[in-house]
Design a protein around this ligand. Structure first.
Ligand SMILES: N[C@@H](CCC(=O)N[C@@H](CS)C(=O)NCC(=O)O)C(=O)O
Length: 311
């Protein structure tokens, strides 16, 4: 893993502050408006990454598969960062036949400085990266294809927009980013703080979801997509690999029911690739798992009845 500095690749670990806490780098490309055109945009993702997963689920639930084309990187992130391969589930780059995702960043900006992250939304007409921030891509997919979208569910109804944004903000630091702050902490203090914040927030949303089927309103929204993207990975990876082990998700009746409920929404299951998820984390982070051995378990039944229809 590493990053570009003025277009030159440097091998580097993840950034931490003076207390040893993981600090997520800010993304660079933030264009907020798309043109509603068939096959103008291409989405580069990893099936392992929860941020990319939110954009993949949004594309799927809006029926935009044939509108926005897709590439999937190899699950293993090596010294050169994300790369393309013919691994099962991966989809090579049809636009430039690139070897690494870094090449795509340099096509957008030959002097690019920053990390090479997924997701990336590429504009074929302008030959550049439009946006590489999952929350913004998710919102654009939900809003900016009114004619081409075949959505059955509106994941960001105008009447709930403020509440959705509030919940997205509320779950980001302790939960979505919190699992990374636990796993990438370089000091006991930084880990203790992250894992405590994480489980306090999980307990808070467990109480909410015991009485509400979804996070906002009475239908799935971007807020649920974002919580789900972290929770679906939790028992498979974060409990062991990131030491998020005060409890498992299966020990929270409402959170576990919520994960199964969301997983069973038509279209969602196809976006979940447990092989890529496990392989990416356990093999790519050599400092955390030096043997790179990928554990066999746990056995989890995401298809078990969720019994949440009447909430
Ligand atoms: N804020 C970004 C974060 C994206 C991100 O950090 N993705 C990770 C994968 S889970 C990545 O590509 N990391 C590579 C790196 O930092 O070198 C978003 O939400 O899109």
């Amino acid at each position: 893993m590493g990053q570009f500095v003025e277009g030159v690749w440097h091998e580097r670990g993840f950034p931490v502050d003076s207390k040893g806490s993981f600090v997520r780098a800010k993304t660079t490309f933030h264009q907020k408006s798309l043109s509603e055109e068939q096959e103008r945009y291409h989405l580069y993702i990893s099936l392992a990454c929860p941020w990319a997963h939110r954009t993949l689920m949004t594309r799927k639930l809006n029926g935009l598969d044939s509108v926005i084309s897709l590439s999937v990187v190899d699950p293993f992130m090596d010294k050169e960062g994300w790369f393309f391969s013919k691994a099962e589930g991966a989809i090579p780059d049809p636009l430039f036949n690139a070897r690494t995702l870094g090449e795509i960043y340099l096509k957008a900006d030959p002097n690019y400085t920053g990390r090479v992250t997924v997701p990336v939304l590429w504009d074929k007409s302008e030959s550049t990266i439009v946006n590489n921030e999952s929350r913004e891509i998710m919102r654009m997919f939900n809003r900016q294809f009114p004619k081409l979208s075949k959505k059955k569910i509106d994941l960001c109804p105008a009447r709930f927009e403020n509440e959705i944004d509030q919940v997205l903000d509320e779950i980001y630091e302790p939960i979505n980013n919190g699992v990374y702050r636990s796993g990438f902490a370089k000091t006991q203090e930084a880990y203790d703080e992250a894992v405590t914040d994480l489980f306090d927030a999980l307990e808070r949303w467990e109480r909410h979801l015991a009485h509400h089927r979804f996070l906002v309103g009475d239908q799935p929204t971007e807020a649920d997509i974002s919580l789900f993207a972290t929770l679906i990975r939790f028992d498979l990876v974060y409990v062991n690999h990131f030491k998020c082990n005060i409890k498992r998700i299966v020990d929270f009746p409402a959170l576990w029911g919520f994960v199964r409920d969301f997983y069973q929404i038509p279209g969602v299951k196809e976006t979940c690739h447990f092989g890529h998820i496990k392989e990416h984390y356990f093999r790519s982070h050599e400092k955390i798992n030096p043997t790179r051995i990928v554990p066999k378990g746990p056995v989890l039944d995401f298809d078990a009845p969720h019994l949440r229809d009447n909430l």
